[in-house]
Design a binder for this molecule. Structure first.
Ligand SMILES: [Zn+2]
Length: 444
């Protein structure tokens, strides 16, 4: 590669599974937005040879991969904090669904735009989204310069008639996937909401469509204790994962199960043997008192685990750093063991491990060939003082500095946040639009 940009920093944490830390280090980014080389400055210098046109930028601080938020309904910024304190069923029926029935395509664009600015400023470069008016959601992601796996929801519920019958919806999603087939930052998959929100034939049909197109599937599984009771009763007492498996959904290559709180041991084995990944959402689950997923048992069984914030209507922000801390805190409480999920491992869930759970080995680490989704943290932030050895970097990033230390963000080599400001979204305008829409939606 004869041209590109070299970012030189005080420290580089590649999160590539090697445990390496380069102090100082460099990340070389090619003109196609992919990483060419990463390493200590002296080693990385070898890629800047043969008189090529490389721009060298001393950026300082700590460079890490952008974070992966594996379960999101980001346009719910439109409904942030609405119906606080209600139990899940009343919250959905009385507050969320009536408002969502009034949400228009333009609202989704602005809700997603505002969310993208928030995500990027928190260092989250990739999200997995499940919502509706997904063509506008994808347009907002495109404009914001962020990265997204868009999995349009497939739901049979009041208000969803406006998106057609479920077969029409599956066909529409297939078309949207084709439309974005060549997009470098947007991939379209399927979001069958859950076993309880869809007839069996719809779940089987989504599986067929995903297999035919190679698309990923993103589905809510076992979030609350009794959500699957009716489904189990219809299937002779089978658990929801067993039902989804019998319907062929787990025969899809890339399946991401959100929440996975209420699983039996057999369910965990089934996910592992089917290659189904889990998006662990500790903050959302705790806030709604849904329970705590057995993240240690899942990982021990070999289930790939990623982290998710869930939607900002309920959680209520898109801060994946908080999910890292909660994942570790709750797992340690549950196991009675302070050695569970050390900082480097919890960081892995939010980076390369999360990307692996999405079946996206091109994301989540600073390594040659992967997309240059890079975040820069300020090592002068009080949360990073003191750094006495290499291990302190991951520990401070997770436990004390986190989102407040983020200064710069690049996605595919393009800078989208500079000195804490999002360069790609007009945050003032997006805020104005979302405020107006939220007032209109609440008024009915
Ligand atoms: Zn969800």
């Amino acid at each position: 590669v004869s041209s590109g940009t070299r970012l030189v920093a005080d420290a580089v944490l590649p999160c590539d599974g090697s445990g390496a830390v380069h102090r100082p280090g460099a990340v070389d980014i090619g003109p196609d937005g992919r990483i060419v080389n990463v390493g200590p400055v002296a080693t990385a210098a070898e890629s800047v040879v043969d008189g090529g046109e490389w721009t060298v930028r001393w950026v300082g601080g700590l460079l890490m991969p952008g974070l992966v938020n594996a379960h999101c309904h980001s346009p719910m910024t439109l409904l942030r904090g609405q119906g606080e304190g209600l139990p899940l069923d009343r919250w959905l029926r009385e507050v969320i669904w009536p408002r969502e029935a009034r949400i228009g395509a333009e609202d989704v664009f602005w809700g997603m735009s505002l969310a993208a600015a928030e995500l990027l400023r928190f260092g989250v470069t990739t999200t997995v989204e499940m919502y509706f008016h997904d063509d506008l959601l994808a347009q907002a992601v495109d404009a914001a310069g962020s990265r997204c796996i868009v999995t349009p929801g497939v739901v049979v519920a009041p208000g969803w008639e406006r998106f057609g019958t479920w077969p029409e919806r599956i066909e529409w999603i297939t078309g949207l996937r084709e439309q974005y087939a060549e997009h470098p930052r947007i991939e379209v998959g399927f979001g069958p909401h859950s076993a309880y929100a869809l007839p069996d034939e719809a779940i089987a049909a989504v599986g067929d469509a995903a297999r035919a197109t190679g698309a990923p599937v993103h589905v809510h599984v076992a979030e609350t204790e009794h959500e699957g009771d009716e489904v189990s009763a219809r299937h002779g007492g089978a658990t929801v994962p067993q039902v989804l498996s019998e319907l062929g959904l787990f025969d899809v290559d890339r399946v991401l199960a959100a929440h996975a709180v209420w699983l039996t041991e057999k369910d965990v084995d089934l996910l592992a043997s089917s290659g189904v990944a889990v998006a662990h959402c500790p903050g959302s689950n705790a806030k709604l008192a849904s329970g705590t997923a057995g993240v240690t048992a899942l990982r021990r069984a070999g289930v790939p685990v990623a982290l998710g914030t869930d939607g900002p209507a309920s959680n209520n922000d898109l801060d994946l750093w908080e999910e890292m801390r909660l994942a570790a805190l709750l797992a340690r409480q549950r196991e009675g063991d302070p050695t569970v999920l050390p900082a480097a491992e919890v960081l892995h869930l939010a980076t390369a491990g999360g990307a692996a759970a999405l079946g996206r080995p091109d994301l989540g680490a600073l390594a040659p060939g992967r997309w240059a989704d890079v975040i820069r943290l300020d090592l002068d932030d009080p949360g990073f003082v003191p750094v006495l050895d290499d291990g302190d970097l991951a520990a401070h990033a997770v436990w004390s500095a986190s989102r407040s230390a983020i200064r710069d963000v690049w996605v595919g080599g393009r800078q989208v946040v500079r000195d804490g400001e999002c360069l790609t979204v007009d945050v003032t305008e997006a805020g104005r639009r979302v405020r107006a829409a939220a007032a209109r939606l609440a008024a009915g």
